[in-house]
Design a protein around this ligand. Structure first.
Ligand code: BDR
Ligand code: CA
Length: 333
């Protein structure tokens, strides 16, 4: 099945996919679907250079502990984890334990790793790694964008140092999930999101307009639950709580795959087709703060340069079956 993201954009407006990631720095707020994204990456041979964590689903320190726990459970014991921003730039901290469980991993009793995480300086680490590997890193961001925003403030040359950026965030021309029009990762720190959208890098944004089309068939859920593969077993444990959250939304005991889709598109960008669109984040609206406002009118010539500040590559269409197959394959399910 081919799902439509932005809308029925004319094929002529499509642009090539972003480059496939070879080395990833994952910025996350782990988080149930963040865990599923890490599992997808691990099972697809992704090379994680480091993970950095932010406030969002849970406090940043909890996200750090959860990230190291998930990495270790998947055998990625040498991937360093750095905790970063503890709160948004210009609003109060809000977390979402009702979606992800009090422990952020679905309250499934997953034993925490005791491996140390580095404290508090994730944005500096992102900059350091980008300087160490110029032109090589793909930043995959699946939480609020505070760490990336801070890294941009610290190092204005950062956009020229990374290969590309893939963000899960926003809701273009569709309902939000944190407010009527705001998606959680953008809504949790709109100022940081605007810094990311306004930077001169190759930015792909994977929003609710496409991730809400990725609910797994219940037979796929059953395959994950029945699998003896440790990756599938970890996901089957942590996603029970998430299935309960999504059941009333989707109408079946299943869930959508927000963060895993961003990871999948970083690794296999040709799962989707794309359009370049000018976009910005609403920062002042009483009802619309945190909305991604994308100019999809088509009156003006579309942009052609993905690195133009304010230009975003959005998903136009997605091969959902191929994405689900990739996910199941990565889990050994
Ligand atoms: C995003 O918000 C978080 O709850 C999820 O982990 C995902 O990154 C979906 O809006
Ligand atoms: Ca997330």
């Amino acid at each position: 099945m081919i799902a439509t993201g932005l809308g029925e954009g004319p094929a002529a407006r499509r642009v090539p996919p972003p480059p496939a990631a070879t080395s990833i720095v994952l910025d996350c707020d782990t988080g149930i679907d963040d865990s599923m994204a890490i599992a997808l990456g691990a099972g697809s041979g992704a090379r994680f250079v480091a993970c950095t964590t932010t406030h969002g689903n849970v406090p940043a320190a909890t996200a750090g502990r959860n990230t190291v726990t998930v990495l270790d459970a998947l055998g990625l014991t040498d991937v360093p984890v750095h905790v970063g921003a503890h709160r948004p730039m210009a609003q109060d901290l809000l977390t979402a334990e009702w979606v992800h469980g009090q422990d952020g991993l679905g309250d499934a009793g997953v034993a925490q790793s005791s491996r140390p995480v580095s404290g508090d300086l994730a944005p500096a680490e992102i900059v350091r790694l980008a300087r160490q590997h110029p032109g090589e890193l793909t930043l995959v961001a699946v939480g609020p964008l505070t760490n990336l925003g801070l890294a941009l403030l610290m190092a204005p040359d950062l956009p020229g140092l990374v290969r590309n950026v893939v963000v899960m965030g926003g809701a273009v021309n569709t309902a939000g999930n944190a407010s009527a029009v705001g998606e959680a990762n953008v809504w949790h720190d709109p100022e940081a999101a605007q810094l990311v959208v306004g930077a001169a890098w190759d930015l792909t944004v994977v929003g609710l307009e496409i991730t809400m089309r990725t609910a797994m068939p219940t037979v796929a859920i059953a395959r994950i639950e029945a699998s003896t593969d440790p990756r599938a077993q970890l996901v089957a444990r942590v996603f029970q709580h998430y299935l309960g959250v999504y059941e009333p939304i989707v109408g079946e005991r299943t869930c959508v795959l927000h963060d895993p889709l961003a990871m999948a598109l970083a690794l296999e960008p040709d799962l989707a087709s794309y359009r370049l669109v000018r976009a910005g984040i609403e920062l002042r609206g009483e009802l619309s703060r945190g909305q991604v406002v994308a100019d999809t009118r088509g009156f003006e010539p579309d942009p052609t340069d993905p690195t133009e500040p304010g230009v975003v590559r959005f998903v136009d269409t997605l091969d959902v079956e191929r994405f689900h197959a990739m996910f199941l394959d990565a889990l050994g399910a």
